[in-house]
Write a protein that binds this ligand. Structure first.
Ligand code: PAF
Length: 281
């Protein structure tokens, strides 16, 4: 497995692969690799000739009071896991190279980014779309892989790729869960044993909502109330939002029909966790 830190060397490698007629699958990450990331790598290996993973804790997608400094980092562990999953190249740029002192340009998707997570994390998606644009330009992959756990991020990136004519397919793969149902996230490492136990209520509530809808409850307000009631049973869990939205536009819906997304964001202690399920009625 090759490790490249310089932007120019990364682009040169990608161009060489293209010239040889090879396709590139790209898995962007902020490191602290888990099964969710590795499931993206495995799919990329099936689809493409070469797999590139980026590891970059992107400072501009964190708010001033968020966890940028304490975000888990362990490059040796990441290299080992990436290599064992068959990653061909890790791109590991420095912050100084990605955002030099004279950096002035940002990419922002309007409309989809000031709702849900964007409401409590105002500049988050602008940071994500800016870094993903840079990575797309540097690596020029054929397919880029994202996890459904970050449903809003996936929708925002799809829209950005479409609006800015990136010749890149965006592939979104199912959420990978731990044994008890907790969605895999690098941030799960922040949770104490009791917090981790309480966090299981998120998936339990989503599953219970699904059952409620299957039994005929199509009123979104009733479903949201049901989820909130279940989550509130855990004193350590504070709800940021619970919404039922259209799975493409992210607009709130009143009557559940067609493709919907039930989305949840909570705080457990200082840790913010998100999860969702999609339903087709
Ligand atoms: O989902 C993530 O890990 C990040 O938001 C991403 C897409 C790598 C951009 O920094």
């Amino acid at each position: 497995m090759i490790i490249i830190k310089q932007i120019k060397s990364m682009s040169r490698w990608a161009k060489t692969q293209k010239n040889k007629g090879r396709t590139i699958g790209f898995v962007p990450t902020m490191g602290y690799i888990h099964e969710g990331h590795l499931s993206l790598v495995r799919k990329a290996k099936k689809d493409c000739d070469r797999v590139v993973m980026s590891i970059f804790v992107n400072p501009i997608q964190f708010g001033p009071k968020e966890d940028f400094k304490r975000y888990p980092r362990d490059s040796k562990r990441d290299y080992r896991l990436a290599k064992s999953a068959g990653v061909d190249l890790i791109f590991y740029p420095s912050t100084k190279d990605m955002y030099p002192d004279n950096f002035l340009t940002y990419v922002s998707v309007t409309g989809l980014t000031n709702i849900l997570c964007g409401r409590s994390r105002p500049d988050h998606f602008k940071g994500v779309t800016t870094v993903v644009t840079k990575l797309f330009n540097i690596i020029a992959p054929d397919i880029a892989y994202f996890g459904q756990k970050d449903a809003q991020q996936a929708i925002v990136i799809k829209k950005m790729a479409e609006d800015l004519n990136f010749p890149i397919k965006i592939s979104v793969l199912p959420t990978v869960r731990e044994g008890g149902g907790l969605a895999m996230s690098s941030r799960n490492t922040y949770l104490s044993a009791s917090e981790r136990y309480d966090a299981l209520v998120i998936n339990r509530a989503l599953k219970s909502a699904k059952r409620l809808i299957s039994s005929g409850e199509l009123n979104a307000y009733m479903v949201i109330s049901h989820i909130k009631k279940l989550i509130k049973q855990k004193k350590s869990v504070r709800i940021d939002y619970v919404e039922v939205v259209d799975m493409n536009s992210l607009k709130k819906i009143n009557k559940i029909s067609g493709g919907v997304l039930i989305v949840i964001a909570v705080f457990i202690g200082k840790t913010r966790l998100i999860d969702n399920i999609t339903l087709k009625i």
